[in-house]
Design a binder for this molecule. Structure first.
Ligand SMILES: Cc1cc2nc3c(=O)[nH]c(=O)nc-3n(C[C@H](O)[C@H](O)[C@H](O)COP(=O)(O)O)c2cc1C
Length: 176
């Protein structure tokens, strides 16, 4: 079975989580982890499971304006944030706009600030909605992985992401 993890990331945190999810899925899948800017629709062609995630910006999925704001923040002299190589490429919203319909199983995740979701919002809710709109069968609740206000992953979030993905892999494998 084949799984594809598609991620958007400005500062690398969602990238780290995506890599950990990829590692967790390897128990049951041959896995590709692909930045959204490089995720041509063909990458999904024979996927049995697609996992999609991005950073929460302004309570939801990023926009071109919020990605530009994130880049400007990283470029300030006092910032120690480093932009991902693909940060200014297309975001998940644009990517979904170019996708057809897919029958694969799917799940969504996001990164967001460490505070109640009612305060922060969750990009994974919007991702889940778009997955369903494109015909995917969503097989897990959207999951968030948390960052500090300095935009660093909380300790142990990559471990938690790997465990979440291993459970997802086992559930999908058992349902076949
Ligand atoms: C422009 C902008 C808006 C943001 N808005 C939110 C928000 O509404 N809620 C939240 O939890 N985090 C917000 N954040 C923090 C991001 O969720 C955080 O930067 C992201 O999870 C880090 O992931 P990345 O390193 O993959 O970009 C915002 C960040 C930026 C740059």
């Amino acid at each position: 079975m084949r799984a594809v993890v598609v991620y958007e990331s400005m500062y690398g945190n969602t990238h780290q989580v995506a890599a950990a999810i990829g590692a967790g899925l390897e128990s049951a899948f041959e896995v590709s982890v692909v930045p959204v800017a490089q995720a041509a629709p063909a990458v999904l062609a024979d996927a049995d499971l697609v996992v999609v995630g991005g950073p929460t910006h302004v309570h939801g999925m990023s926009l071109e304006s919020t990605r530009n704001a994130a880049a400007e923040a990283a470029e300030k002299p006092e910032s120690d944030l480093r932009l991902e190589p693909d940060a200014l490429g297309q975001g998940l919203r644009d990517w979904f706009g170019s996708l057809g319909r897919y029958p694969a199983k799917a799940a969504a995740f996001d990164t967001r600030l460490h505070a109640p979701a009612i305060v922060t919002g969750r990009a994974s809710k919007g991702v889940t909605h778009l997955l369903r709109a494109h015909g995917f069968e969503v097989v897990a609740e959207p999951e968030s992985f948390l960052v500090t206000k300095e935009n660093r992953l909380d300790p142990d979030e990559t471990t938690r992401a790997r465990s979440w993905a291993a459970r997802l892999a086992a559930d999908v494998a058992a349902a076949r």
